[in-house]
Ligand binder design. Structure first.
Ligand SMILES: NC(=O)c1ccc[n+]([C@@H]2O[C@H](COP(=O)([O-])OP(=O)(O)OC[C@H]3O[C@@H](n4cnc5c(N)ncnc54)[C@H](OP(=O)(O)O)[C@@H]3O)[C@@H](O)[C@H]2O)c1
Length: 421
């Protein structure tokens, strides 16, 4: 669905190391396998040792079978040569626990591996209200906060691997359902499962912008992606809700979902495509740069979330000032929304000209033009096309608004019934 999706199938150097959270199934599994097949070293970070072991074995088996088939097609008469196994291994990580996350970070560092690309993929969605052992709302901690903690601690390794190291946050179009209220991060005031999933995915995008500001000129890119509506194990999170389960199976029957291979494509573009080298803060959808919600682009919110998260992790003793020294912003931030660099420079140019400095205005106009040329989806018509495409995608991928309303009404009904009980 949504046209043919693809990512560059170019060889990856065996020294390039990719860390993928939640790589034992679904989108993460497919992402891990695809990168390993291209030659990269892959570490999947999973909470269940049993599932992780099985996943690595399955990947190796599938790879052998696929390779044999390819070779038979190309050289039917040739005797079979041994096929090199994929360079993939697992490590244990439970994002629902800071203790486990910190243990994982130390264990990864102790391996002495470099880190080129960190893919924050693990997640769950739209579950009933649950609190982690650390006392936080589960979507907030698993999908966002523990990934943030990991990213901060692994940044020195990403810096060492730069240029062209990357952080990829697997977010969702459901981030558009997010509401920004730091006083209700843990559902202190109210809880709505879709909104809290949406919030966690919105925080991932906000975090992308906050990191991008702090990592300018470091050679580390930060991206986020919406993988599409994917036929993975994701619906486990909503299995307790009859209506959501029904909608999900209906979507499967109507073939509205992407298979996991297609579901991994957008992550693979964000992780591998050299066309995006040197760029940052791009939200990808259907393998192309797209627009994140206006709310997620609000600078003030991004900075408030950064401070909130950092304070909280410091208070828990998991962050030190030393770790944060290179991450202080050089100058006071402008207010408003994040804009693509080119647009911001155009505004600078207009302001300079309006202020009577024609020469400066002309210089800035030229800079803005250059900037726009370099940006993905640079010219206006391309951008319009991307937005049209996106709207079409959205219509296909998102559950119909009418159904959402019914779902919300049903949620309310359930809540009322619960209260009565
Ligand atoms: N499927 C979709 O339609 C869709 C749409 C938009 C965005 N996404 C995003 O895509 C990402 C991957 O989802 P998916 O569709 O591949 O779902 P999935 O098949 O359910 O896979 C989720 C992965 O995350 C892991 N995970 C969950 N909680 C964890 C924890 N506390 N600690 C460590 N790992 C944990 C799971 O491990 P276990 O197997 O042990 O549970 C599993 O490996 C998620 O971030 C999701 O929000 C999915």
């Amino acid at each position: 669905m949504g046209g043919k999706l693809s990512y560059p199938h170019t060889e990856v150097s065996e020294d390039r190391t990719y860390l993928i959270t939640g790589g034992n199934t679904g989108i993460g599994y497919q992402t891990a396998k695809s990168i390993a097949k291209l030659g990269g070293r892959v570490v999947i970070a999973c909470r269940s040792e049993e599932k992780a072991k099985e996943a690595v074995e399955k990947m190796q088996k599938e790879h052998q079978e696929e390779k044999k088939k390819e070779e038979k097609k190309e050289e039917p008469e040739e005797p079979e040569e041994p096929i090199a196994p994929l360079n993939v291994e697992f490590m244990i990580l439970d994002l629902a626990s800071f203790e486990s996350t910190m243990k994982f970070i130390e264990a990864y560092k102790a391996k002495g591996y470099p880190l080129h690309v960190l893919i924050c993929n693990a997640g769950f969605g739209a579950g009933p209200k649950e609190t982690s052992a650390d006392g936080y709302e589960m979507h907030f901690q698993v999908n966002y906060l523990s990934h943030f903690l990991m990213t901060l601690h692994l940044l020195p390794l990403l810096r060492q691997s730069a240029p062209n190291s990357r952080i990829v946050n697997v977010s969702s179009t459901v981030h558009t359902h997010g509401v920004f209220n730091l006083e209700n991060v843990n559902g202190e005031q109210s809880y709505d499962r879709l909104k809290f999933y949406g919030n966690s995915k919105m925080y991932q995008i906000m975090n992308m912008y906050a990191f991008e500001r702090r990592l300018k000129d470091t050679g580390i890119s930060v991206f986020s992606v919406h993988p599409g509506y994917v036929d993975s194990e994701f619906n486990r999170g909503t299995a307790d809700n009859k209506l959501m389960s029904f909608m999900d199976s209906l979507a499967g029957t109507l073939r509205m979902k992407r298979n996991v291979q297609d579901g991994a494509m957008t992550t693979l573009v964000a992780a591998l495509d050299t066309a995006h080298d040197g760029k940052s803060a791009i939200y990808f959808k259907s393998c192309k740069p797209s627009n994140a919600s206006a709310l997620s682009r609000k600078l003030e919110h991004q900075e408030a979330l950064w401070k909130f998260s950092v304070d909280l992790l410091k208070e828990k003793g998991h962050l030190t000032d030393e770790l944060l020294t290179d991450l202080t912003l050089p100058e006071p931030e402008p207010t408003g929304e994040n804009k693509p660099e080119g647009e911001a420079k155009e505004e600078d140019a207009a302001a300079a000209t309006a202020g009577g400095d024609a020469a400066e205005g002309e210089k800035k106009t030229e800079e803005a033009k250059e900037e726009k040329k370099e940006e993905g989806g640079g010219d206006a018509s391309e951008k319009k096309e991307a937005v049209k495409e996106e709207a079409k995608e959205e219509a296909k991928e998102e559950p119909p608004k009418e159904e959402e309303k019914k779902e919300e009404a049903k949620e309310e009904e359930n809540k009322e019934e619960e209260k009565k009980e």
